[in-house]
Write a protein that binds this ligand. Structure first.
Ligand SMILES: Nc1ncnc2c1ncn2[C@@H]1O[C@H](COP(=O)(O)OP(=O)(O)OP(=O)(O)O)[C@@H](O)[C@H]1O
Length: 616
């Protein structure tokens, strides 16, 4: 057993309603095992990391917000001066002018500060989205296989949006509100320390109530985001197979799952709204209570001569000014709970195993020699708790020529191709491309050598041109025309309303199955692969197109190493060698004539599956 490979066989992530993070690190290309991902950061830390890149606008927005609050604080003092001046019959023009200037300044600083903060919040959302999108693009196939694409999408679209609230409103709102609260309390203390103690006593009771409410907000918010993810996953499931859903008469049943998730999201949102409203109301109530308490105690103090009426009026104004910062703080805490739930979900997605960030390698030059391939005692299982798919697979394929893989369904043929592409790593054993372990290749360089046509020949939404250029963005129009001719797609291009620029529909639904397969083959050929993997790539072609493509593939096999998973007689018999796979082992390797004599399973497949009885 190859210990290096053993180490590489790391448990991969799985997803229930969303992705689960693996227990330990997964494998890095080149065979190095990266350190296990660090434990998830607290929401605050993540938030601060996001905010570091936008600290200037956040600071400016915070300062402007503070300025507006400070002006609000100064105003009562100006009012007291106005009352005093009016009482003493002094001129008030200067005070009135100052009041007007402060009001205008406050009106300008407030909205400007808010705009700057919101803009910074949007930049933070953009960064979080870019980070997550880049990560998802590099996601290992094993992690993707265990995820719900709809749920991953909701993390990019919905969860990232919530970071803005936390960054722009929660943290800055919290700091601004906190500073304004302390400043207001200081002013109140200067006016009358006794009344300040009375006010703080009332507010402390409200604080205790709020500490009971906030965890409820976070719980409800987590449920909201989870159900939004579930809704995305359920919707993707239906829309991704709408024809099958309709043909199965399952619209209502499948729709019900989406409705259930939507209703669950609604229920949780309403629950969160209820707790948030209660929190806001607690703040309001506390201020009302503080106002009346201060009025009663303050009235007694005016009567006793401890303070004058102007001081009491100014103090009562400050009590009302507390509403702003207090509401800001309550909202900040509420939004922090919502954002913390979203940050947890983003971190989950960011911790899914991904391939390293490498720029794509250039395609090999046309004169590059075709690749040879060797499997040495390869064992593989998809997950530690699943049975072995390959049990000691050993074979070698020289450069050039066509090798066909045949065997019963589920024998492990497609999985061989996944291992060559390094979508998965073998549990033990090694795979050598041109004599070099695939694990030691630079991943983009390895994939640049290979043209791969998947079993269901996916076509992406977009135009035919975009589909062809997917793997060879620099291909010239001439090269494109050439592969279109070899795959007999030139007729199709002429028929399509906008030629190469015609849109093919989501997953290529506007094409026939055979056309889709030919587009997928053309795309792979355009990459000038040194190793071409065709997984039942011609299964949906009619006899004429199949014969034409057979000729093309034979032609390609003169300069390239071609591996095909085949169920068709014609493909199998033209192969230079046939590898018979059964239950994850290689039963035999030989030509059609050799195998039909020597290998009973092949003879059986030949008679029952892909060969007419008289073909020998
Ligand atoms: N992503 C996956 N996770 C877990 N098990 C998988 C996965 N993909 C395939 N398998 C299992 O691995 C085994 C081999 O599958 P594979 O697709 O390689 O077979 P195959 O020989 O290509 O079959 P067919 O001829 O039907 O396409 C099957 O038992 C299959 O259920």
């Amino acid at each position: 057993m190859d210990t290096q490979r053993d180490q590489r066989d790391a448990p991969e992530a799985a997803v229930a309603a969303g992705p689960r993070v693996p227990e330990s690190g997964q494998v890095a290309p080149g065979g190095d095992r990266p350190p296990a991902p660090p434990p998830p950061d607290s929401a605050w830390r993540v938030l601060l990391r996001h905010m570091r890149q936008s600290w200037r606008p956040l600071l400016l927005g915070g300062v402007l917000g503070l300025l507006a609050s400070v002006i609000g604080l100064v105003l009562p003092l100006v009012v007291r001066r106005l009352v005093d001046d009016l009482g003493a019959d002094r001129p008030v023009a200067g005070v009135l002018l100052l009041m007007g200037a402060l009001v205008v300044l406050s009106a300008a600083a407030g909205p400007l500060g808010e705009y700057v903060l919101r803009r910074a919040g949007e930049s933070i959302v953009l960064t979080a989205r870019r980070r997550l999108i880049s990560h998802l693009m590099r996601l290992r196939i094993s992690a993707f296989d265990s995820s719900e694409p709809g749920d991953l999408m909701s993390r990019v679209t919905s969860d990232t949006t919530l970071i803005r609230q936390v960054a722009a409103d929660s943290l800055i709102g919290g700091i601004t509100g906190g500073v304004a609260l302390v400043a207001t309390a200081t002013m109140m203390g200067v006016l009358d320390p006794v009344l300040l103690v009375v006010t703080l006593g009332v507010l402390a009771v409200a604080g205790t109530v709020l500490r009971l409410i906030m965890p409820q907000v976070q719980r409800a918010s987590q449920e909201v985001q989870q159900s939004v993810g579930l809704m995305g996953a359920a919707l993707e499931r239906v829309l991704g197979a709408l024809r099958t859903v309709k043909a199965s008469g399952a619209e209502q049943r499948e729709g019900a799952a989406v409705h259930r998730a939507a209703e669950e999201s609604w229920r949780s949102s309403v629950r969160a709204a209820k707790w948030l409203a209660l929190a806001g109301n607690t703040g309001e109530l506390a201020i009302q209570l503080a106002f009346f308490t201060v009025l009663a105690v303050g009235g007694a103090r005016v009567t006793s001569g401890a303070i004058d009426v102007g001081t009491l009026i100014a103090f009562l104004m400050y009590v009302y000014f507390l509403i702003g910062p207090l509401q800001l703080l309550i909202r900040a805490f509420g939004q922090y709970q919502v954002g913390a739930a979203a940050i947890t979900r983003l971190q989950e997605a960011e911790r899914l195993p991904a391939e390293p960030e490498n720029p794509p390698a250039p395609l090999p030059a046309p004169e590059t020699a075709p690749a040879s391939l060797e499997f040495r005692d390869v064992h593989f299982r998809y997950a530690p708790d699943l049975p072995l798919v390959h049990r000691g697979v050993t074979f070698s394929v020289p450069a050039r020529g066509m090798t066909a893989f045949v065997g019963p369904s589920g024998a492990g043929k497609t999985t061989l191709f996944s291992l060559i592409e390094r979508f998965y790593e073998p549990t033990s054993g090694s795979i050598l491309l041109n004599g070099r372990d695939v694990g030691a290749w630079d991943l983009p360089e390895l994939r640049a050598m290979i043209g791969y046509v998947e079993q269901d020949a996916p076509v992406l939404s977009g135009s035919l041109r975009e589909n062809l250029l997917l793997g060879a963005p620099d291909a010239s129009d001439d090269e494109m025309r050439r592969v279109l001719r070899t795959t007999r797609l030139d007729d199709l291009v002429e028929r399509l309303p906008n030629g190469l620029d015609s849109l093919l529909g989501s997953r290529g639904t506007k094409l026939s199955g055979g056309e889709r397969q030919r587009v997928a083959i053309a795309r792979a050929l355009l990459r000038r692969p040194r190793l071409l993997l065709l997984d039942e790539a011609t299964s949906q072609l009619d006899a004429v197109n199949e014969a034409a493509l057979r000729k093309t593939v034979t032609e390609v096999a003169r300069t390239t190493t071609v591996l095909v998973v085949a169920h068709r007689l014609s493909t199998v018999t033209q192969a230079d060698r046939i590898v018979v796979v059964d239950a994850g082992t290689i039963l035999a390797i030989g030509t059609h004539a050799e195998l039909i004599e020597a290998e009973p399973l092949y003879a059986e497949l030949a008679t029952t599956q892909f060969l007419p009885a008289n073909h020998r």
